[in-house]
Ligand binder design. Structure first.
Ligand code: UD1
Length: 375
């Protein structure tokens, strides 16, 4: 069996790391493609180092651009790689533009090459078709031969879209494999001492979604709430490049008075920061899951979440919508008052550090028939 693994953007790296490692342990040939959707050292290289991901076998160097330019760029650059490698499986993870682009190329070449698509993190739905990731999720799932889900609620979503149960396998959450594997190293960094942060006594913020940071009103309300929260406890804000550009473009930088803005952090440093915090405020999907596993209260600054299990079983809540300074502040105070849980307490099923084993087992069980048999 030969498996071509695709990663492109920051949230992909922690998902492919345990899959690449497990494929390696099983002696399965597994070349890695980096599409280059994210390319800054802080958005990419540091994750490869922190997560011990081998250097990519193929780097497509696609970079930034509009959705059309970026998606088409990945497709054009990926096609010759697929022809060269001729894998049995192409494994795509998550919901970024690179995920959809490589799934689409693979589906189109399947009749010729016999390669199939496996989607890790299948079946998540926000129901918000204005969200680029939602378009990517729905279309990637439709193009996939094997759909590996992180939580049971995903199965109902897929069934409702007419996807056959036989194509769907419950795998659990591969990102949590990485979290458990890296937690000891993260804690050993001594980051809290370095930043003089009291363990369990500060807030962490991340924001990067266009629906939030491209909207001057939503961004201003949020920054107003953060400045107020910073009067109650230290607030640390590793800022995504897109957010930084917009804070400056909208002239909102003075609102961040009292908030500790830092550069985007590597995986281990971010995990250490999250693990030590009292509360996280975020629009990220991954952080909603990581905080649930770590037992840290989370306030999600979005209208809805494609990860409802983090609310029903985890530590997550949605801030009142539309976002206002006061709504965010009251959610922040509620979350902080609720306090932390033991890490792993009430963990959703399959968020157990063994999801990559189940992913690779499913790939092996369903490995393509001999190429002659492919019609
Ligand atoms: C992408 C994903 C999003 C994911 C996020 C994590 C899609 C549709 N979106 O959004 O799901 O949560 O990554 O970060 O795929 N930039 C840099 N350096 C980089 C990468 C980007 O400076 O290494 C800047 C560029 O100005 C770029 C902007 O950030 O235009 C946005 O990057 P892009 O990859 O297009 O989308 P994200 O908003 O990061």
């Amino acid at each position: 069996m030969r498996v071509l693994v695709v990663a492109g953007a920051r949230p992909n790296f922690m998902k492919v790391a345990p899959i690449v490692a497990e494929l390696g342990r099983r002696g399965i040939e597994a070349p890695l493609v980096h599409t280059g959707q994210h390319y800054d050292a802080r958005m990419s290289d540091t994750f490869f180092r922190d997560l011990d991901i081998p250097a990519p076998d193929f780097h497509l160097g696609v970079g930034s651009g509009s959705h059309a330019v970026q998606t088409a760029g990945v497709m054009t650059a990926f096609e010759p790689v697929l022809r060269e490698v001729r894998p049995d499986w192409v494994v795509v993870v998550g919901d970024v533009n690179s995920t959809l682009a490589c799934a689409l190329v693979t589906a189109k070449l399947k009749p010729e090459l016999g390669c199939r698509v496996a989607h890790v993190e299948a079946g998540l739905r926000s129901g918000d078709w204005a969200m680029p990731e939602e378009v990517n999720r729905v279309l990637t799932d439709r193009l996939s031969d094997l759909l590996l889900t992180p939580s049971r609620d995903a199965h109902a979503n897929l069934r409702a879209e007419g996807i056959a149960d036989a194509q769907v396998v419950f795998a659990g959450n591969v990102m949590i494999d990485t979290l458990f594997a890296q937690l000891p190293a993260a804690r050993a960094l001594g980051l809290l001492d370095e930043l003089a942060l009291p363990r369990g006594g500060y807030a962490v913020v991340t924001l990067h979604r266009p629906s939030m940071v491209d909207d001057a009103r939503a961004l201003a309300e949020t920054l107003g709430a953060l400045a107020e929260a910073a009067r109650e406890m230290p607030v640390v804000f590793p800022m995504h490049p897109r957010t930084r550009q917009n804070v400056e473009a909208f002239g909102l930088a003075p609102m961040l008075h009292g908030v500790r803005v830092v550069e985007p952090l590597g995986y281990r440093a971010m995990l250490a920061l999250t693990d030590g915090s009292a509360v996280v405020l975020t629009d990220s999907g991954g952080l909603q899951e990581e905080t649930t596993s770590l037992g840290v209260p989370c306030v999600t600054l979005r209208e809805q979440t494609e990860r409802p299990v983090t609310v029903t079983q985890g530590t997550n809540r949605l801030a009142p919508w539309p976002l206002t300074r006061d709504g965010i502040l009251s959610s922040f105070r509620e979350a902080a008052a609720e306090g932390r849980r033991e890490p792993g307490a009430r963990a959703p099923e399959g968020w157990d550090g063994r999801a990559a084993e189940r992913v690779v087992a499913a790939l092996r069980e369903r490995c393509a028939p001999p190429r002659e048999a492919v019609r």
